[in-house]
Design a protein around this ligand. Structure first.
Ligand code: IPD
Ligand code: CA
Ligand code: CA
Length: 272
């Protein structure tokens, strides 16, 4: 492990690489979304992958590696490469593949840099909406280069909450049950189809909270930093009623929302 100051990478430089590469990969994904794309299934009939997911991951790795040849890489579509530096790039080439396949808006490219196990920089490109989100730890979050900071002051009953559902049928049943306890206490639910963009929506104040169980590191690495640098409380709770739960929430409703979620998850686990 390199610890000397001269070997410590510049976090702003990592963020700039993430932005540049996410933006290039986003353009490629948007162009390809206009073509009929064949897909295969992965863990279940609803878990889709296309050639474009795989090509985009390869493109991202090549582009980052051309600037940072010694780094490590982890990608959803199978990339797992160990380099000699302390930086690991965590990549979701298309977050929201179901939307991408259906030509539905709401797919993005997510790239994060982890330094000694801490996410220090990241970018999420939403090419269909022309938005590029980024963050560098301790340096704030941005949308298209402008600093963003959550300004809304919701109450629990006025909160708009985003979530997502697993590709596993049995897990979905539990997730749907949780909603029956949550929905009466909040303003409404949104299921947009990309956890990475959902987290950026928390950062923008477009939703007041996001939660989902069973996500992978590549889904949330960049978006979590973007949400937390914009002022959200971001938590990964390893065992929340037996589930790994990811939450990003406007701090105005943090404790009420977590209590509500806890009770909804507890009640639903008793029901099923
Ligand atoms: C999925 C999206 C979706 C979430 C799923 C993820 P993918 O990622 O983020 O919103 O609900 O849990 O797996 O498969 O489109 O990369
Ligand atoms: Ca994903
Ligand atoms: Ca993906």
């Amino acid at each position: 492990m390199s610890t000397s100051a001269s070997n410590t990478p510049d976090i702003i430089e990592l963020r700039n690489i993430a932005c540049d590469v996410a933006s290039q990969a986003g353009k490629y994904v948007l162009e390809e979304s206009k073509n009929q794309v064949l897909h295969e299934t992965k863990s279940s009939a609803s878990d889709l992958v296309t050639e474009i997911d795989k090509h985009t991951e390869a493109l991202i790795v090549d582009l980052v590696r051309s600037q940072r040849p010694d780094d490590s890489f982890l990608g959803e579509e199978g990339t797992s490469q160990k380099g000699s530096s302390d930086v690991l790039w965590v990549i979701d080439p298309i977050d929201g593949t179901t939307n991408f396949v259906h030509e539905h808006p709401g797919f993005g490219v997510s790239i994060a840099a982890k330094l000694d196990d801490v996410i220090v920089a990241g970018a999420v490109a939403d090419p269909k909406h022309g938005e590029l989100f980024d963050a560098a730890i301790g340096n704030g979050a941005r949308c298209n280069g402008e600093l963003i900071r959550i300004e809304r002051s919701p109450k629990l009953e006025t909160a708009l909450v985003a979530t997502g559902f697993s590709y596993e049928a049995s897990e979905r049943k539990t997730q749907a049950k949780i909603l029956t306890y949550l929905l009466p206490a909040i303003a409404d639910i949104r299921r947009m189809g990309s956890a990475a963009i959902d987290l950026c929506s928390v950062a923008m104040g477009r939703v007041d909270a996001f939660y989902e169980t069973g996500l992978n590191e590549w889904d949330i690495a960049a978006g979590s930093l973007i949400a937390s640098e914009a002022g959200a409380k971001v938590l990964t709770i390893k065992s929340f009623v037996g589930e790994t739960l990811h939450v990003a929430v406007n701090t105005c409703i943090e404790s009420e929302f977590l209590n509500l979620l806890h009770s909804a998850m507890e009640k639903s686990s008793r029901d099923i």
